[in-house]
Ligand binder design. Sequence first.
Ligand code: NDP
Length: 297
Amino acid sequence: MSAKLIDGKKVAEITMNLLKEDVVNWVNAGNRRPFLKVVQVGNDPASTTYIGSKTRACRQVGIDTDTTHLPDTVSAKELKAAIRSFNEDDLIDGILVQLPLPSHLSSHDVIESIDHRKDVDGFHPMNVGRLTVDQPTFRSCTPAGIFELFQYYSIQVKSKHAVVVGASNIVGSPMAIMLSRENTTGKATTTICHKFTKDLTSHTIAADILVVAAGQPNLIKAEMVKEGAVVIDVGINRVADETSDKGYKLVGDCDFEGIRKKASWITPVPGGVGPMTVAMLMKNTLLAAKKSIYPED
Ligand code: NDP
């Protein structure tokens, strides 16, 4: 078997074009442009790169945005005061605090200080809680993007055995919740694995749908995957590559070449899940502007 490629770049482009039309219609109906406030603490180069791609995406779909830079010495009190002022600003629809934060700041604490109605990343406990009870919410962008891919390629989730490797608050956990809980798109029998999972292969080999978000290059090898499985590789890892000008290349968590001979569908890295994550952030920002999730009284 040779797996069919799930082309996240193409689907993201289609999604972004649809969102662009939505924004045009929204503005033509007399509304102001949606506005996304990004907060960057410190100068982590990877964060700067991610913010750059989010800013470009905003420009592409017609969402206004700016980034507030705070020094990496900022106190929790100062950061939360800034967030509070953005919460109260009616011209700001969505707020995104770029993670990770410097170690003296608690990301839980900071995320909780964002108004849940502006939490376009979908990380606030209110939004995560609503996800677990299958209520309308800002769905975490990476899992939401994976569900768009399932829909685009008509990949059936219901009644399948899904295995998620990785249990972080931003990818693995919400992915597992959505796979298991969501009435319309989910309803898979779901297993979630993490560092303390014994005999990882015994779980991955049973997966009809395998989602890997561990941040460990080459963690999942062909012999760990069931014939005909759908394999979604969320990982983005830099590994040394002398043939590249940059000195590194990006790889996922899966042995792509080995697994593509066994799987039915597979995402490449790059060009798989990553572009969808940014597109879903745009979608959430538009939902926030329209007050679709939390209508005003
Ligand atoms: P975290 O480091 O926060 O979480 C990793 C998770 O994987 C943890 O739950 C951890 O277990 C688990 N894990 C680590 N090693 C193993 C192992 N050997 N076996 C089983 N489980 C393991 O990472 P993120 O969730 O933030 O990101 C995961 C990957 O996805 C990264 O490469 C990141 O760059 C990428 N990413 C990609 C995005 C995209 O848009 N494509 C978006 C976000 C992230 P434990 O809980 O026990 O520590």
